[in-house]
Design a protein around this ligand. Structure first.
Ligand code: SAM
Length: 224
């Protein structure tokens, strides 16, 4: 076989392998420069004003990037608070053509989030529910391809076990405020450590910890 043919064959095999593992996805992102300007203006004006246990900006950007890279469309967030992470998630979904369901039990936070989503121009991409996630997460049908778990830490494992059957293979499950004691730092507390050990023990999930911000565990579902 000629060298050039061998090269193209190797390239095709690599591409096929990448598609199977979900690392490369064909995607056409929707362009909406007016919406981008509106979201950017909102985020600029509210920078440094997220006092309700909201994610730091770098974690918001990380969630945005994960959704764009994976071309995810059906997202679930547990723990809306006043909507900082929700804005990054929904902004990415506005480009992939997706939608976010986000849940919070606190009425005041929920109402502020609704206001923020409207001001950022993202309400059309968000279905915000005011309800106890312990109940709703069990009831939601799915399927989901992206999840951000950021509510009560002692329930992290329960949320995961309820959602796992509804997360598609290739989907991404992210969890906030995770610290890995094995890397020399403090261990996660309040139920997060039990959750971390559980998900790391699963053969069909591949997890990495991004510790640049508040600690985001990124877990890809590789098989049922
Ligand atoms: C860390 S904050 C979420 C921050 C948000 N993701 C952000 O970055 O803007 C956690 C939220 O989870 C909510 N929460 C706690 N327990 C809950 C439950 N059982 N059901 C729904 N929401 C809950 C709290 O009201 C709080 O707003």
């Amino acid at each position: 076989m000629k060298a050039t043919m061998k090269f193209y064959l190797a390239l095709c095999l690599l591409l096929a392998a990448s598609l199977i593992t979900g690392e490369v996805k064909a995607q056409t992102l929707k362009e909406d420069p007016d919406l981008d300007k509106k979201v950017e203006k909102f985020l600029e004006e509210h920078a440094g004003q997220w006092y309700n246990m909201n994610v730091p900006t770098r974690d918001g950007k990380l969630l945005y990037d994960l959704i764009i890279q994976g071309n995810y469309k059906s997202a679930l967030e547990i723990g809306t608070s006043t909507g900082h992470s929700g804005i990054y998630i929904a902004w990415a979904l506005s480009k992939t053509g997706g939608k976010l369901i986000t849940i919070d039990i606190n009425e005041s936070s929920h109402n502020t989030a609704l206001q923020n989503f409207k001001e950022a121009g993202l309400s059309d991409y968000i279905d915000a529910r005011l309800v106890d996630a312990h109940t709703l997460v069990k009831e939601l049908e799915g399927p989901f391809d992206f999840v951000f778990s950021d509510a009560d830490k002692n329930w992290y494992k329960n949320y995961f076990m309820d959602i796992d059957p509804k997360l598609i293979v290739g989907g991404c499950y992210t969890t906030h405020n995770i610290r890995d004691g094995n890397s020399g730092g403090r261990r996660s507390g309040g139920g997060s450590q039990e959750y971390l050990e559980y998900i790391k023990s699963l053969d069909n999930y591949e997890s990495t910890l991004n510790s640049a911000g508040g600690g985001v565990l990124i877990s890809y579902k590789r098989a049922e």
